[in-house]
Design a protein around this ligand. Sequence first.
Ligand SMILES: Nc1nc2c(c(=O)[nH]1)N[C@H]1C(S)=C(S)[C@@H](COP(=O)(O)O)O[C@H]1N2
Ligand SMILES: [Mo]
Length: 362
Amino acid sequence: MDFSSEPPHSELLHVQAHEPFNAEPPVSSLVEFNITPEELVFCRNHGPVRIFDEDSYTFQIHNGEQSTTLTLGNLKALPRTNIVAALQCAGNRRNEMGKIKPVNGVGWNDGVVANCRWTGARLRDVLAHVGVSSTSTNSQHVCFASYATLCQDDHYYGSSIPLNKAFSLTDDVLLAYEMNGEPLPSERGGPLRVVVPGVLGARWVKWLDTIIISSAESPNFYQQRDYKVLPPTVENKQAAIPLWSKYPAMTALPLNSVVATAIHDDKDGSLYVKGYATPSDFNVAGVDVSVDDGETWAPAKITYQEGRWSWALWEANLNVHGSMEHRVVYSRARDTQGNLQKRVCDWNMRGVAYSAWGWKEW
Ligand SMILES: Nc1nc2c(c(=O)[nH]1)N[C@H]1C(S)=C(S)[C@@H](COP(=O)(O)O)O[C@H]1N2
Ligand SMILES: [Mo]
């Protein structure tokens, strides 16, 4: 892997690994913005960051015998769509799972999520443009690949989604060329990345250069032998080897919430808390907070939420007069189906999909 041409990285991030570059913002800064500014968007890389020239950028679509090369201009000629969607790494909150028992992976805290506005062409329009029809979708997959760089575990980065998801009218899968109203930065996969709202970041391939319609999922390492929730009995990489192929690739992340800030005023006994919640198969309907170890809950106020795929920001003003045994405030998200975020979360070897109640000491 060649790291000689990395762009300058944001100095507001806490660096978790240098090569490849992995970094996250402090969660207290993150929740200060409804739409995450680029300098506070976490960086998750399995290889070097590449810088490409927009004007000469092309990508290919392979469908059976047929191959089509498209330019960014071709893509921009298709209808433009804008969505707000939370990009979240499956390893968000990994350090908390690591307290149950050590896990394998970058030591992420709870800032590995970014709520951004993505603009691009709908994948279904792009596929229709090259003659892939929505009637031939059964059990087919859309494989995304970036051959831009070597990665730690494979010679390219890849992922896939079912073809019927690409054609779904509600899933909003995009090939994005802008973020927050600006051309997509190199660090974010510019000039072109995949945006799969509601699905873990690992599928959002950056520097997208190849799409293959296939009867199988992407054979890439990051689709097949990573980003899966293995059972708690699988305790190390060796034990995982025969099991990867038996477990499904992760799709939606679990319903989640995090307490980002807790400010206690000793004099008047007030406690101000603020955090985020992220949706899963259903949207976030509300967040409740508790200062008595989950015995009673008070609803927090949702201060921001935008459409189906954004995060929810929330805050609450509590009164914590009197002596509390545990100076901990918990958060618990609720979805539109009445599902509640759970108190505990099963351990898994890779430390992915941690989603136990959010909490903070005050
Ligand atoms: N080409 C490429 N795409 C990639 C990755 C990568 O390493 N290479 N990492 C994936 C993972 S695991 C995540 S969480 C997101 C992170 O996107 P970001 O760096 O813009 O935050 O990109 C995904 N797309
Ligand atoms: Mo990720």
